[in-house]
Design a protein around this ligand. Structure first.
Ligand SMILES: Cc1cc2nc3c(=O)[nH]c(=O)nc-3n(C[C@H](O)[C@H](O)[C@H](O)COP(=O)(O)O)c2cc1C
Length: 345
C-alpha cells in the first residue's frame, strides 16, 4: 500500500478493513471524528425503493463501506436504511495495482478495480452477518458478459438479498464495466438478462455519468424492465505528478467522487427523474443533510453516502439526521415528501 493510500486509510485502498476502529472517535486523513449525539424526530423517515421498505432514506454507496463489518464497530448498521455492498464479480478479484486512490480538491480519484471475494464468498460469509442487522441489503454486481450478470442474479436471488444493483458503470475495469453503461443497447441487454434471473428480487441499474445524455441509458434500462435506477457512479478523471510526469494513479485514470461531483449528480438525477417513471437512488458527493435533500428534491427516493464515509464513518448517520431536521423545519410529515419537489424556474 502506498503512503498516499495509507494516509487515506480507506477500505478499498487497503483491500480490507475500512479504518482503524476506535468506537467513540476515529482519526482519518487528519480529521477527528466524534460520534454524533442521538436525536429523535417526529417526522416519518421511512421510504420505499422499488418496493423495498427502508426505515430511512440513507444507504451507503457501493465500494465505500465494504460489507459493513468495519463500520459496524462504530455503530449498529441498523441505523442505516440500507447498504449497497462492495461490487461483486462472479469470481474473486484482486483489483488494480496501487496507487489506486488519490485525493483531489473536494474529492478523490480511485481506480480500485472491483477488488472483491466473489459472489459465492459474499453469500456464504458476508450476507449472514449483514442479516443480523435491520437494514436493506443491496448487492452490487459487475460482469464481463451479460451471462455473468445473469448467473450472479440467480445466486443472489436464491440467497435472498433485498435488491440487486447492477453496475454497468465501473470506469476502472477493462472488460464490460463502463461499456455497458455508455451504450443503450448494451445497457438494455444486461438489464434484461439480470431481470430474467433475479426472480422476485428487484433490479436497480446503476448509471454512469460518463455519457453525453444520461436519459438515453436510463430509458434503455427502464424499457428493458429495470425496477429502479441508481446514479451517479464516478466521473472519469486523471491527475499527473508534474515532476515525475507520471499519472498519480497506476492505472493512469480513475473515477472522481466526493463533494466535487454533487452538482453533476443533482443535475443528472433531475434529468432522469423527468425522463423515466422509476424510483431513483441518488448519490454523488453527499456529506450532509442538505446535499441529500438536493438529490431528493431533484427526484431521488433515497440517497447513498459514499466518499464521505472515508473521512467520517458517522457521515451516513449525520446525513440521515440532517435530512430529518430539514424536513421538520419545512413542516413535512414525511421525508419522502421531498422527492421530486424542486421548483424549476
Ligand atoms: C473507492 C471507491 C470504490 C467504489 N467501488 C464501487 C463499486 O464496487 N461498485 C459501484 O457500483 N460503485 C463503486 N463506487 C462508486 C460509488 O458507489 C458512488 O457511486 C460514487 O463514489 C459517488 O458517490 P460519492 O461521491 O458519495 O462517493 C466506488 C467509489 C469509490 C470512491
Amino acid at each position: 500500500m502506498s503512503e498516499r493510500e495509507k494516509r487515506f486509510d480507506c477500505p478499498e485502498a487497503a483491500g480490507g478493513p475500512v479504518c482503524t476502529p476506535e468506537p467513540e472517535r476515529a482519526r482519518i486523513s487528519g480529521s477527528e471524528t466524534v460520534r454524533p449525539e442521538k436525536k429523535s424526530f417526529a417526522v416519518d423517515q421511512s421510504v420505499t425503493l422499488a418496493g423495498v421498505c427502508m426505515k430511512n432514506p440513507v444507504v451507503v454507496a457501493s465500494g465505500t463501506f465494504g460489507f459493513g463489518r468495519e463500520y459496524g464497530q462504530f455503530y449498529d448498521l441498523s441505523e442505516l436504511g440500507g447498504i449497497c455492498c462492495k461490487g461483486l464479480t462472479l469470481h474473486r478479484r484482486e483489483g488494480n495495482p496501487p496507487p489506486r486512490i488519490a485525493e483531489t480538491p473536494m474529492g478523490i480519484l480511485n481506480s480500485v478495480g472491483l477488488q472483491n471475494p466473489g459472489v459465492d464468498a459474499f453469500i456464504e460469509h458476508e450476507l449472514p452477518e449483514l442479516r443480523k442487522h435491520e437494514l436493506a441489503v443491496i448487492a452490487n454486481i459487475s460482469g464481463s458478459t451479460p451471462e455473468e450478470y445473469g448467473v450472479m442474479c440467480g445466486k443472489l436471488s436464491a440467497a435472498g438479498v433485498d435488491l440487486i444493483e447492477v453496475n454497468i458503470s465501473c470506469p476502472n475495469v477493462k472488460a464490460g464495466g463502463l461499456a455497458y453503461g455508455t451504450r443503450p443497447e448494451l445497457a438494455a441487454e444486461v438489464t434484461a438478462v439480470a431481470k430474467a434471473h433475479a426472480g422476485t428480487v428487484p433490479v436497480m441499474v446503476k448509471l454512469s455519468p460518463n455519457v453525453t445524455d444520461i436519459t438515453e441509458i436510463a430509458r434503455a434500462a427502464a424499457d428493458a424492465g429495470a425496477d429502479a435506477l441508481s446514479l451517479i457512479n464516478t466521473l472519469r478523471g486523471m491527475r499527473i505528478d508534474v515532476r515525475t510526469r507520471r499519472p498519480i494513479l497506476r492505472m493512469n485514470t480513475g473515477g472522481l467522487s466526493g463533494p466535487a461531483v454533487l452538482p453533476v449528480a443533482v443535475r443528472m438525477v433531475w434529468e432522469v427523474h423527468q425522463a423515466v417513471d422509476l424510483p431513483i437512488l441518488g448519490m454523488g458527493g453527499v456529506s450532509k443533510g442538505e446535499d441529500a435533500a438536493q438529490l431528493m428534491l431533484a427526484g431521488a427516493s433515497a440517497v447513498a453516502v459514499g466518499t464521505a464515509c472515508f473521512a467520517d464513518p458517522y457521515a451516513p448517520v449525520r446525513v440521515r439526521d440532517g435530512l430529518a431536521e430539514l424536513a421538520e423545519e419545512q413542516g413535512l410529515a414525511r421525508v419522502a415528501q421531498l422527492t421530486g419537489g424542486v421548483l424549476p424556474w
